[in-house]
Design a protein around this ligand. Structure first.
Ligand SMILES: O=C(O)CCC(=O)C(=O)O
Length: 265
């Protein structure tokens, strides 16, 4: 059971997010909330690793569709959906996206098996768009990531303000691996945000960022978007609740907004 938040100052969170592209809240979840979530997510992770053994051994550093039906049964999926749409999560989502936020997906970030594999700078939009379009889309609505670490971790490194501004020369060359630079190099503008289990980090997917490998990291990222933006094609039907689960979710509006976009156009 997730208790009701008492520490959220929505307008402060919104102004932090608007200016910096992120905010972090320490000790937002209590030990019982994290322990319940961790049990469900570890079940998914074990099954996913068995099923994707070669990919896991060779290169993986994340999985997705944690709420899908492939690895988790009804009750565990319901726990996840109720966590994702809990008052604690929704008060953060609502502080950034004031009208009709919609669920997109979940991702689980872990350490790559190969210790030589390096963490790397990127903007999420660079995997969908070439540079000219990236320059434009960073001024549009961006996908929101809510990172919930399940164990203490080194956290994330972000370049504050890059949700709204284009890269400087060093950032561009490193992120895009131009002029002999590689995406795992340090950036002078990077800000490391160490995270502990119980903290939550909310950040824009299109700012320059990297996950920091190390410790026992296992972090659940919840991805949310503004219904007014055109991200619905990124949503996989199977990660959404069907009607029998929907009926049992305490506050299903995050999922209903997605279902409305998907099935009502
Ligand atoms: O934690 C990581 O490895 C990368 C995280 C990331 O890129 C993201 O959440 O978009």
């Amino acid at each position: 059971m997730v208790s009701i938040p008492n520490q959220v100052n929505s307008s402060l969170l919104k102004s932090n997010y608007d200016q910096q592209g992120y905010f972090v809240i320490r000790d937002y979840f209590n030990a019982a909330e994290i322990s319940t979530l961790r049990k469900v997510v570890l079940k998914f992770h074990q099954l996913w690793k068995q099923d994707n053994a070669e990919f896991y051994q060779e290169e993986a550093f994340n999985s997705s569709l944690i709420t899908g039906s492939q690895y988790l049964a009804f009750d565990d999926r319901l726990k996840l959906f109720n966590f994702i749409s809990s008052k604690k999560i929704m008060s953060l989502v609502d502080s950034v996206i004031s009208a009709n936020p919609a669920f997109m997906n979940t991702q689980l970030f872990f350490n790559p098996v190969n210790p030589q594999q390096k963490d790397f700078w990127h903007r999420d939009c660079q995997y969908d768009h070439d540079v000219d379009v990236q320059k434009k889309v960073i001024h549009d609505t961006q996908v929101l990531h809510l990172r919930v670490p399940l164990f203490d971790e080194l956290g994330m490194e972000l370049v504050p303000g890059t949700h709204k501004r284009w890269d400087n020369a060093e950032e561009f060359d490193v992120r895009q691996e131009e002029r002999g630079r590689v995406s795992s190099e340090d950036l002078a503008t990077g800000k490391k945000i160490r995270l502990a289990a119980g903290d939550v980090l909310v950040f824009s997917a299109d700012m320059i960022h990297r996950g920091l490998y190390g410790l026992d990291r296992l972090a659940l990222d919840i991805l949310v978007f503004d219904s007014a933006a055109s991200f619905i094609d990124y949503v996989d039907d199977d990660c959404l609740p069907d009607i029998s689960i929907l009926d049992k979710i305490d506050d299903p509006r995050l999922f209903i907004n997605t279902l409305n976009l998907k099935f009502k156009g």
